[in-house]
Design a protein around this ligand. Structure first.
Ligand SMILES: NC(=O)c1ccc[n+]([C@@H]2O[C@H](COP(=O)([O-])OP(=O)(O)OC[C@H]3O[C@@H](n4cnc5c(N)ncnc54)[C@H](OP(=O)(O)O)[C@@H]3O)[C@@H](O)[C@H]2O)c1
Length: 241
């Protein structure tokens, strides 16, 4: 397996759930992690904990709705690190509602965070991504394989994110950069707790995937020797059926 030690990772959604678990797992593998999110207090807390394993890790406040803030974060990453080996897109939002009544504004917001921001951040960072070791990971969802009622907007944005990852892979594989999409099912995070509330079902974290398992999967996939590429991984809770 390839060693990730001393590589640089940028992780969105670093303040919570899957993104947060990825930050800990990457730092424990010796990767310096640039943690992106809006909740700077939480990001700083994580930063101080992971610096034990990875002293160059750094929290950066960025609202992914705001292109200027994304560009500022990219400048900071360029100045601070000079290069990026791993880019993990975990930030995501969802809203519920039937097609006949869900506000179009909700759709626009999900498009911005779930599709446009990963596109724009990738575009801005591409020239910094290492050409022999670079890897980009999109945290997607099993809703791409099985859309759900009341979630059409979220499902549509996640399907668009798959298309983005697949097109990007064809474009940048030739430059030596790998692209991985992970499709988790129900994972025990604040987002899932909220979804359960909307669905009127109990939130039983122990029956779900733990975010740390997704993070382990991510790190082991990133370590795959460079003669091969893992493109898509679906992971669901045991007994999901
Ligand atoms: N949990 C599940 O069951 C599940 C299943 C399948 C797929 N997923 C996907 O997994 C990813 C992570 O979800 P999660 O469950 O870990 O959710 P979560 O705990 O709610 O975390 C969402 C993250 O997105 C960030 N974010 C949201 N809006 C943002 C904005 N405007 N600017 C910057 N960051 C923003 C949040 O950071 P701040 O609040 O600090 O801004 C937070 O760190 C998402 O893409 C989600 O769609 C989750």
């Amino acid at each position: 397996m390839s060693d990730l030690k001393d590589q640089i990772a940028v992780v969105t959604g670093a303040s919570s759930g899957i993104g947060k678990a990825c930050c800990y797992a990457l730092a424990k593998a010796g990767v310096a992690v640039c943690l992106l999110g809006r909740n700077i207090n939480e990001l700083k807390k994580i930063e101080s904990e992971i610096r034990e394993y990875s002293p160059l890790s750094k929290a950066v406040k960025v609202d992914l709705f705001n292109d200027d803030e994304i560009s500022e974060a990219v400048s900071l990453i360029k100045n601070e690190y000079g290069a990026v080996h791993i880019l993990v897109h975990s930030a995501g939002i969802y809203s519920v509602g039937k097609v006949k009544e869900a506000p179009v504004q909700d759709f626009d917001d999900q498009y911005k965070i779930n599709v446009r921001a990963p596109y724009f951040l990738t575009q801005q960072l591409l020239s910094l991504i290492d050409k022999s070791l670079g890897q980009i990971v999109f945290i997607n969802s099993t809703v791409v394989m099985a859309a759900k009622s009341n979630l059409s907007q979220y499902c549509a944005t996640k399907s668009a994110l798959k298309a983005l990852a697949d097109s990007l892979r064809i474009e940048i594989n030739t430059e030596g950069i790998r692209v991985l999409t992970i499709y988790p099912g129900r994972t025990a995070t604040p987002m899932q707790e909220d979804i359960c509330k909307h669905e009127g079902i109990a939130y039983n974290a122990e029956t779900m995937i733990q975010p740390e398992q997704v993070a382990k999967l991510l790190v082991s996939s990133l370590k795959m020797p460079r003669d091969a590429e893992i493109t898509d991984i679906t992971v669901r809770p045991m007994n999901a059926a």
